[in-house]
Design a protein around this ligand. Structure first.
Ligand SMILES: O=c1ccn([C@@H]2O[C@H](COP(=O)(O)O)[C@@H](O)[C@H]2O)c(=O)[nH]1
Length: 593
């Protein structure tokens, strides 16, 4: 772990079920490879995960089982370790590649910006040569304009100890927001292609479908159906991503999926027993064996207490040389990037969804009332009344009371988006846009303009408010007790993930009390320089560039026809820099004073 990481919180544990074939999964790590430096429960870093995987590999060899490592994309954008360098990821790619990942694919974040997509092709694909799969993703070579597969379309291999013949695919959901140097082919079209149709007819013991794809979405349903149309009985293991939640899905009695949350909070564990191995052909005995197959999942909290618990090791025996070297490289990178430089002192916790919006502790109320109202200013039009619209998904993490650092800046707001505007929009039409963006409806029914894309991905699975046990939020992270067995008479539970999935509520490796969350809107709006009395005739209609397609559609619905050429620059800097500037100016008090 990093020297400044808080010590992990003790809690009752569930052990990991081992099978013939076992998996560790990461997804949506978004650059959090230093771990969470303000949250003990997730404070292990990428180096610790490397040590953990090495011990688990050794154990697999000892018991004659297999262990495969999976990563399903969105490795970038969301943490200073990736975002604070120029070019981005100057250190992060080299840190990430140290893990011995067996099957890896891309996420949508690797593709939003053309430079990030180019780095995917020139760095990550070669770093994971032979392991990187791009079943529905092409890259456009900058030199020639030629369109080529980003990496191989699928991979077949035989596992080391059990001799299980695996055929692995690597998909991205039907994403349309990519820069123009990549082409994402819809999954539904890809599965009709000749290579895929041939692949699903191959004689293998297991289909492994990894993807930056939600487990319950239409893409995996289509892939499942396609494979089952050829192989009615071959086990299929899916690994998902994108929605930032811990999740598990049952497709049929031999097809399951797991998804390991987000931000290096969770390492997914999956174990399968009863697979026909060693390349043997089906025979009645094998079928009998397979009908008693089992698929079990765990969601591992990413901290050292848990890692030591699962490996049976201690503080001195757990770290491996390789793991320690990677932790040291992360430390050096963070220092070089000055990620601990303080920009100010946050006066209170500001939550995305743990307190109601609007409210004093809502990150979005702070953004609306304090930040946007003060940074959305174009000097030559500073007195012009304006509405400023921001999508809630642009903010990626809570702010904790205390030092707000260069790292916090990218954790909260990693994107390079800028403020744009349309001038002199009739106020009546402009004021109808926010309700439209928040209520959705049929005007946004096209694939490119899904409403959920405006909100944080976690929101996809929050359908109503949930009020957990009330406890002081800061105190909830503090515990000095040692690790406790599961059946302790009065377990001292701390708040954390309490996952309910298709297999029940026993998936988390650590027992927690549930966390409160409230629903949040898709977008928020700040009204600035409005007349003291009455409404203005027209306003400058300002927005973060990500929402432009939705804004133009909504305005058209109100009867105002604008297009891309009506949109002009409002501020030249990235919003992230405007926010950091506001913090430096307004939270400049040193936390120690
Ligand atoms: O420039 C951007 C890019 C993305 N967003 C928000 O992020 C989600 C996608 O996040 P995942 O981690 O891929 O799930 C997108 O739907 C937007 O809400 C953004 O606001 N600006």
């Amino acid at each position: 772990e990093q020297p400044s990481a808080p010590k992990p919180v003790a809690a009752p544990m569930r052990s990991l079920p081992w099978g013939q074939l076992n998996f560790l999964q990461t997804t949506d790590t978004h650059g959090w490879h230093a771990g969470h430096l303000q949250e003990p429960q997730y404070s292990a870093d990428w180096g610790d995960y490397i040590s953990f995987a090495e011990h688990m590999h050794r154990k697999a060899d000892e018991i004659g089982a297999d262990l495969l490592l999976i990563d399903t994309g969105d490795r970038i954008e969301g943490n200073g370790l990736y975002d604070a360098s120029s070019p981005k990821g100057q250190y992060d790619y080299d840190i990430f590649k140290e893990q011995d990942i067996d099957v890896i694919c891309t996420g949508n974040h690797e593709l939003y910006q053309a430079d990030a997509a180019a780095r995917e092709y020139t760095k990550t694909v070669p770093n994971f040569k032979g392991k990187y799969i791009a079943s529905n993703l092409d890259y456009i070579l900058p030199e020639t304009g030629e369109r080529i597969p980003m990496a191989q379309r699928y991979r077949t291999f035989t596992t080391k100890n059990q001799g299980i013949r695996v055929l692995a695919f690597g998909f991205l959901f039907d994403f349309t927001g990519n820069a123009n140097n990549t082409v994402v082919q819809p999954v539904e079209k890809t599965i009709e292609e000749k290579w895929f149709q041939e692949a699903i007819r191959e004689d293998v013991d297991l289909f492994l479908v990894i993807g930056h794809v939600t487990l319950h979405g239409p893409e995996y349903k289509a892939i499942f159906k396609a494979i089952r149309s050829q192989k009615w009985d071959t086990p299929i293991q899916f690994f998902g991503g994108h929605s930032h939640i811990r999740d598990f899905a049952k497709y049929d009695s031999k097809a399951y999926g797991v998804q390991a949350g987000r931000y290096m909070e969770t390492i997914g564990w999956m174990s399968i027993d009863g697979i026909k191995g060693k390349g043997k052909k089906d025979d009645p005995k094998e079928i009998e064996l397979r009908s008693s197959m089992s698929f079990q999942r765990r969601y591992i909290d990413n901290n050292l207490f848990g890692y030591r618990y699962h490996t049976g090791l201690n503080e001195s025996t757990f770290p491996t040389e390789h793991g320690q070297n990677v932790s040291a490289a992360i430390y050096k990178a963070r220092k070089a990037l000055k990620l601990d430089n303080s920009y100010g002192c946050a006066p209170r916790d500001l939550w995305m969804s743990r307190t109601p919006y609007p409210g004093d502790n809502s990150l979005y109320t702070w953004l609306e009332k304090e930040v946007l109202a003060n940074v959305a200013i174009k000097p030559e039009r500073k007195d012009t009344p304006r509405l400023v619209i921001f999508n809630t998904g642009s903010m990626r993490f809570d702010i904790f009371k205390g030092p707000f650092t260069r790292d916090s800046t990218y954790i909260v707001s990693p994107f390079v988006g800028t403020l744009k505007y349309i001038k002199d929009v009739p106020f009546k039409a402009a004021s109808e846009v926010l309700p439209l963006l928040n209520s959705g409806g049929q005007i946004f029914d096209s694939a490119e303009l899904q409403m959920w894309q405006l909100a944080p991905p976690e929101k996809l699975s929050i359908h109503s408010d949930f009020i957990g046990p009330q406890m002081p939020l800061q105190d909830s992270f503090v515990s000095s007790a040692g690790q406790r067995p599961l059946l302790s008479s009065s377990p001292d539970l701390v708040p954390g993930y309490t996952t309910k999935d298709d297999a029940g509520d026993d998936g988390d490796d650590t027992l927690h009390t549930p966390i409160t969350f409230y629903k949040i809107p898709n977008c928020i709006q700040s009204s600035v320089s409005m007349p003291a009395n009455g409404d203005p005739e027209t306003v400058d209609f300002v927005f973060i560039d990500f929402v432009q397609p939705w804004i133009l559609t909504a305005l058209r619905f109100t009867g105002q026809v604008y297009n891309d050429s009506s949109v002009e620059e409002y501020r030249p800097e990235a919003f992230t820099d405007l926010m950091a500037g506001w913090i430096k100016e307004n939270w400049k008090k040193n936390c120690k004073n």
